[in-house]
Design a protein around this ligand. Structure first.
Ligand code: NAD
Ligand code: IPM
Ligand code: MN
Length: 349
């Protein structure tokens, strides 16, 4: 009992629409005696275009004082001359992940009953990608020389520290140990990225020694895209770096019913900072403002948020309501708010 201090960052495009539905569902699912104290932060394209601010230090400081963060999506229309790519993605989203040390980017994938998908006979699909969240090619370790000339050189150097790799690998082993199949697959590209690959390979095998019950497996990232398409049921827990994890989780969403269902958590397992929950998808400028977005991913992300805060029962109620709604879908288009209303009604009933 008590209060959950929730920082809400709806962000851009469909982020606004899907976050409204996630809040609607959270409100009715709130555990007995627990109140949500919401603080809304209007960060994103609109604020940047009006003021030049992306994430002021003072706002980051306030966000730190919350128990968790619910985020919609950030990012403008590709090609908008006023909004160069990366300003919001790096300055807001990645800055939050880095400053709050969200080193586990948790992205579960399941084929829910009744979901139409692109695979004819996928089998029982239920896996989770543990994507490293603070390193890899995302850190900004690079630069550009001779820009605009035919001799331009651009680099984004992937950062892989023993500290960063070991902690995410440990988290993945602990998760695999708690799951019935107890299987962990390392996905990398050790045949080409030999330096980073060696760190991942060594630490993965070292930590494996502490988890004799966990079956381990290795796949190169390119081969992993084959197996994820031809035999996704083989996966249980996957651990991988920041960029491979980004790519493979969009694929995972596509094979399990679409990006509109894919939830995620940016987690600090040490709980020294608020963790952040958001759909895997982006701001979808192509459908923004039309009530066409599926809010299920945002709603399932709210369920992950409650679970992270220790409210497993309330989290399970939201998940069950979403799963029931998904199973009852007929394929006809519904408005964003209709889906939110329907899931909220199932939570309340
Ligand atoms: P996107 O995920 O926004 O959209 C990809 C496709 O999926 C689009 O056709 C879109 O309409 C569809 N889609 C996405 N979410 C949907 C939903 N809930 N329901 C139905 N359809 C949905 O990816 P993008 O087009 O590559 O990126 C658009 C912007 O979003 C860019 O600025 C990008 O940087 C940003 N982005 C942000 C995040 C984030 O905030 N976590 C994630 C990905 C992309
Ligand atoms: C995601 C997004 C982000 C990422 C971008 C917008 C920085 O694609 O959350 O999957 O690459 O992590
Ligand atoms: Mn992505």
């Amino acid at each position: 009992t008590g209060a959950i201090r929730l920082a809400v960052i709806p962000g851009d495009g469909i982020g606004q629409e899907v976050t409204a539905e996630a809040l609607k569902v959270l409100e009715v699912a709130s555990p007995a005696g627990v109140k949500f104290e919401q603080t809304r932060y209007d960060l994103g394209a609109e604020r940047y275009l009006a003021t030049g601010e992306v994430l002021p230090d003072s706002v980051l400081g306030e966000i730190r004082e919350h128990d968790a963060i619910l985020l919609g999506a950030v990012g403008g229309k590709p090609g908008d001359p006023n909004l160069p790519p990366g300003i919001l993605e790096r300055g807001l989203l990645l800055r939050l992940r880095f400053e709050l040390d969200h080193y586990v980017n948790l992205r579960p994938s399941r084929i829910f009953p009744g979901v139409p998908g692109p695979l004819a006979d996928p089998g029982e699909v239920d896996f989770v990608v543990v994507r490293e969240g603070t390193e890899g090619p995302y850190t900004g370790n690079g630069g550009a020389l001779r820009v605009g000339t035919p001799h331009e050189i651009a680099t984004e150097v992937s950062v892989n520290t023993a500290f960063g790799v070991e902690r995410v690998v440990r988290d993945a082993f602990a998760r695999a140990q708690r799951r019935p199949r107890k299987k962990l697959t390392l996905v990398h590209k050790t045949n080409v990225l030999v330096n980073a690959g060696a760190v991942w390979w060594r630490l993965f095998n070292e930590v494996a020694g502490e988890y004799p019950e966990v079956t381990t497996d290795y796949m190169h990232i390119d081969a992993a895209t084959i197996f994820m398409t031809t035999d996704p049921a083989r996966f249980d827990v996957i651990v991988t770096d920041n960029l491979f994890g980004d790519i493979i989780t969009d694929l995972a969403a596509a094979i399990t019913g679409g990006i509109g269902l894919a939830a995620s958590g940016n987690v600090n397992p040490d709980r020294t900072t608020p963790s952040m929950f958001e759909p895997v998808h982006g701001s979808a400028p192509d459908i923004a403002g039309q009530q066409k977005a599926d809010p299920t991913a945002a709603i399932l992300s709210a369920s992950l948020l409650l679970d992270h805060l220790g409210y497993a029962d309330a989290a399970a109620v939201i998940e069950a309501a979403a799963v029931e709604d998904i199973a009852a879908r007929s394929g006809e288009a519904r408005r964003t708010s209709e889906i939110g209303d329907a899931i909220a009604a199932r939570v309340s009933s």
